[in-house]
Design a protein around this ligand. Sequence first.
Ligand code: ADP
Ligand code: MG
Ligand code: MG
Length: 211
Amino acid sequence: GTPMDAEFFTAWIGEAARAVRAEKDRLTRLDTAIGDGDHGVNLDRGLTAAAAALAERRPAAPGAVLALAGSTLIRKVGGASGPLYGTALREAGRALGEGAEVSPAELARALEAAVDGVRGLGAAAEGDKTMVDALAPAAGALARAVREGRDLAAALEAAASAAESGAEATVPMEARKGRASYLGPRSVGHEDPGAASGALLLRALHTVAVR
Ligand code: ADP
Ligand code: MG
Ligand code: MG
């Protein structure tokens, strides 16, 4: 299968940037309903900048790719999602260390580290109607699939599907973190924009793995 090397993770950021740009209006609409309407613009700007930084600096190891992408998101995105996704990527990069290639088990541990990073910074639990509701089920599904010995494509399909289901499951939730929480019960009935983008990022990872 596909080796998960620096090129693979660089391709992931590129595919994530493409997917977020294609879905920018939907993310903006979701954030207009329960936030300030900038989530699509924020992530588009951040991921486009991250892809450009990677093209320029060409880090040689997966951990360094994710570290640079994360730092770029933190620097370029003013909204809550910049530091949160930025921290997720940096923690994932740190978990991967300096190796030139990543195993499925290492990827699963890195995704768990990413979720822990988001939780550590934002203090959101599952059910609070945030990106955690997409990312945490994805990390769980990936770890389970790898433990069961599924191949990378199947494991990442399970992770992406779990993220998509998790994002859909935010619709009936009442937001308890971030701007949407200011709406209280009026946040019910809308998908969380960060959960929606989290699902896009996981789907992008599957897309590059099956290319
Ligand atoms: P802002 O709310 O500052 O405008 P964005 O619109 O880019 O930032 O991102 C909003 C998303 O960030 C939300 O939909 C939610 O998923 C996520 N988010 C906000 N606060 C938190 C938090 N404390 N923990 C986890 N995710 C959060
Ligand atoms: Mg916003
Ligand atoms: Mg904002």
